[in-house]
Design a protein around this ligand. Structure first.
Ligand SMILES: [Zn+2]
Length: 329
């Protein structure tokens, strides 16, 4: 994969995600009078840094001249390299205020050493066994750099001479944004709308009593659909036309998953823990073959769907001695 000129002063630079089946993050470079602005930065790894800096050089941009990095969300394949770009160039880093709060909290709990204890307690309450908990805790990614600029919904990004507007699309992360290049009918969709896969929608913490990430995600998809059909520039896979149609397809997929989950709860002889519920759903591999980290993501996905069923009055949650159980209402 090499950088591509997408026309209109926009280039894509594929930045590899080492060891990840997604392959790469598409970092977009936008030309402006004040220097290039990047949408996302890629995973923090020497190979990724080499691909980003040499990719920018290949299109006549110097990483040292980057004006700013706007990240669609705080995940490591998007925000990971933003700090390195800032060190090389003095660029600002911007993200939505909700993800900015998460990054600052994440940096704090890693720094003060409370991160592991918090995660372990959460996994036990969800019904994970000790071995799974230990394995999951073995893989902690470094937190991304703290941003310099917190973006609010609807705010214009600092891109001189152009109109790039932050559209808050919570779901995949609480502060996910799509970026609407209004002068070109283009939408940088991050992970919110991808052409061939659906993004992970998980509840975190797993027993958060208030959050409804799937409900928010479905509202965010409807919001994108309401913008009309735009050209999508997603953070993975490939660019495509038809953001509204794809947003509706992704929403339909989740309605099917919700129906499947009602079947799992309906067929159970007793209320299920979150882990048991996740085990009963279909994944791209049998549950026994999923590595622990993917099991945790699967449990988070199941928790997000359970939460929306609760909100719709179809499922209920009871606390049995610190472990949560789920059943049909
Ligand atoms: Zn991603």
């Amino acid at each position: 994969m090499s950088p591509a000129d997408l026309g209109g002063g926009v280039w894509s630079v594929p930045v590899p995600i080492p060891g990840n089946p997604l392959g790469y993050t598409l970092v977009y470079a936008l030309e402006s009078a004040g220097g290039p602005v990047l949408v996302d930065a890629g995973w923090s790894h020497p190979d990724a840094w080499a691909a980003l800096s040499s990719g920018l050089a290949a299109i006549g941009m110097d990483v040292a001249g980057v004006r700013g990095v706007v990240v669609t969300h705080h995940h490591p394949d998007h925000a990971g390299l933003a700090g390195r770009v800032r060190e090389a160039s003095g660029a600002w880093i911007a993200m939505h205020e909700a993800d900015a709060r998460i990054v600052r909290l994440f940096r704090q709990v890693v720094a003060d050493g409370t991160h592991r204890g918090f995660q372990a307690g959460m996994l036990r309450r969800a019904g994970a066994d000790e071995d799974e908990t230990a394995e999951v805790l073995g893989e902690v990614v470094d937190p991304p750099a703290a941003p310099d600029r917190d973006l609010a919904d609807g705010e214009l990004v600092d891109l001189p001479g152009r109109r790039l507007r932050a559209i808050w699309t919570p779901g995949h992360s609480p502060g996910h944004i799509c970026l609407h290049l209004e002068d070109a009918d283009r939408l940088f969709t991050g992970d919110h709308v991808l052409p061939g896969i659906t993004p992970h929608i998980g509840l975190f913490p797993l027993d958060d009593p208030d959050a409804d990430p799937l409900g928010e995600f479905l509202s965010s998809l409807a919001r994108i659909a309401s913008l009309g059909e735009l050209e999508a520039l997603p953070a993975h896979q490939w660019t495509f036309h038809g953001t509204a149609a794809r947003a509706r397809e992704i929403a339909d997929h989740h309605e099917e998953r919700l129906a499947e989950l009602l079947d799992v709860l309906g067929e159970a002889a007793r209320p299920l823990t979150l882990w048991e519920t996740a085990r009963g759903m279909r994944w791209n591999k049998p549950w026994e073959e999923l590595p622990p980290v993917l099991r945790r993501l699967a449990a988070a996905e199941a928790a997000a769907h359970l939460r929306l069923l609760e909100r719709r009055g179809r499922a209920s949650r009871t606390d049995g001695d610190g472990t949560l159980f789920y059943s049909l209402t």
